[in-house]
Write a protein that binds this ligand. Sequence first.
Ligand code: AMP
Length: 287
Amino acid sequence: MTSTASRLRGFTSISDLRTALAAARSKRKSVALVPTMGALHEGHLRLIDRAREAADIVVMSIFVNPLQFGAGEDFSKYPRDLAADTQLAADRGVDILFAPDRKEMYPEEPLITVHSGHIGEVWEGESRPGHFEGVLTVVAKLFNIVEPDTAVFGQKDLQQLAVVRAMVRDLAFPIEIIAEPTVRDEDGLALSSRNRYLSPEDRAAARTLPRALSTMLERFNTGTPAAAAIESAGRDVLDTAKNLTCDYLAVIDPVNFQSVETAVAGCAAIGAVRVGKTRLIDNIIFT
Ligand code: AMP
């Protein structure tokens, strides 16, 4: 166990963490979990704020989960800075930081994993086969380790939120899932640990993704319900960027992630693009 600030306690061992949480629970303390892969930014820190409102004890996990990265993806290059993250988490009021290494989480390649079903096979799931199976397996494991009353996720990863909600419902995890809105930079780009890979030119191109999504929302709000017309307006914006390829841009039902023909309030525009070697996702919910 390490201690870097007045309140934060850090754990790398599942059994030590369980002992600490059992002691808290015996005092009838409620627990909120914020699962992350680290390289913390303000988007992650807002999840901590929300977790603080929801429970007595805030647990943040930091684990770059190999299961959710495909071959050729950025697992080995994913930014890692546990010392800086620990300081940020402590300053924002995390009580317990759980940062296991790979051996602690997966002493063996897991034989049993959680399948995401059809919601996890489209869009991100199609572009990144096995991604959501990796996400759900680690989230289920973290839920079993921490046994939180609530867990807080960002709407930035809208499809992840949908598959986690489906898992909680279908496998009866007694956990309330809270979603927090996407935190953006001043230029509209959603905060992401991967933004640090972007050169200034890349960043200018990346900004067209939130612009495209805002244009789609505007189209919907000015009376165009046809998804094809909304999508085409978004694509026109993406087409203005150099050095950007669109993986997908679509209007979907955010519960089952199927495309819709006619948009209604509550639908979402989702998009994924590649800028240079960086892949970015974003979404906007129609209100
Ligand atoms: P990650 O570390 O990328 O796995 O993200 C951990 C959690 O932070 C997930 O629930 C994400 O949806 C959430 N998150 C990441 N970026 C943002 C953002 N810009 N705004 C709000 N939540 C975010």
